[in-house]
Design a binder for this molecule. Sequence first.
Ligand code: SAJ
Length: 441
Amino acid sequence: MALAELKKSIEDKSAKLAVIGLGYVGLPLAAMCADVGFNVLGVEVKEERVERINAGKSPIEGQEPGLAELLARVINTGKLHATSDYTKLKDCDVVLIDVETPVNAQHEPEYVALRNALCSLGPALKQSALIIVESTIAPGTMKRVVQPELEKASGKKLNRGFYLGNCPERVMPGKLLANLRRMNRVVGGATPETAEVMAALYRHIVQAELDLTNCVTAELVKTVENAYRDVQIAFANEVALICEQVGGDVWKVRELVNKTPDRQMHLPGAGVGGHCIPKDPWLLASSLQKGDMSLRLIPAARTINDSMPLHMLELLKKGLQQAELKLEQAKVLVLGYAYLQNSDDTRNSPSAALVRELRSAGTKVCIHDPHVTAYQGDLYELAHGSDAVVLMTAHDTYGDIDLIRLRKVMKAPIIIDGRRVLDAGKVKKAGFILYQIGISD
Ligand code: SAJ
């Protein structure tokens, strides 16, 4: 099917779509394409997710407005069907790939899931199919990894046997469907004609702007936009550390700095987690080959942000010291395990980094998180006998903590607030020792 015919089949929705990877990105995408009228095959390696999705139940916990109803609807109409069988891709005209692209301990991309997807897709690849990689990848990956892997696995050649593009996802847990509809998308085609065909698909589900370009530009925009955010957050965190030393209140400083035109200082905090920000700067950095220039600012920002959970540990030690307690004797309740407020997503959670440090110091650690199934206990019961509470995630519910009740159940009265959720005056009035990120003790 030549590109022109493919474009027509996308415009009239007769094209058969497939989405490989039914996670935070792929599942909403598959459901939305099915909802506008495409027949969509969702391919997922985790059998239990396949079963749950085919039962019309979203495997994504946390607050995702509209997703559960949308999924139930498109499963019920049969427009979306999930499978773990890659051979079913043989009839698909457009295949979108939304698998994870983590970096390893050396900050290098592994692309295991991406390579597996390409190798499994290859043998089933329909003649003249369009493959769109939505996963975040390092600049140059489409050329160095995706194209050769797909040509080898399918025996077809780019722009003759199949077409290729990169349209980086821009989702955010908690607003998956809203972001999919409202975020501008960078549509990178291996050829300008391919980008046009890709845009025909995204016009069905994206109400924002589609910026057509080439693959390497799409790869750069995605990794740069997140490296930009990481550097911005690191700046806020470094200012917080300065304020703690020189007697300032970073939140007041930020408020007044941001009154200056063209300033937009981000929020300091207990750390930077998630599946995007901690990883994408390293993907960007990895696009440089040996012998190319060496980066200084982007790695430094990563180091600062990764140090914030350890800074929370330092503040905790100060609080314990004030109560003449030692870390190894203490019982500590960590509030918030998700990396983001009001989300259940715990990937690269700063809380995990803090809990590892506490447990290796011999501290008894309890964890509470209203959105993470494993940690949804009663906050006050979990706080019973604790020497300190460390607030790591700015979940809305933590703004309503009953401080008097909390004080009664705790053994020692220490609170470390890593997100400035609590009202310092009320906390101190309730008899707590309080340490906050960015405010000197
Ligand atoms: N964080 C701070 N200070 C800030 C902002 C965030 O410490 O000022 C922390 C958060 O607590 C979290 C981490 O950084 O631990 C990441 O937060 P995030 O708001 O960036 O949320 P993410 O990881 O879901 O980022 C996604 C990204 N979107 C995509 O990759 C498509 C990011 O580019 C967006 O800016 C962000 O959503 C958004 O706000 O939409």
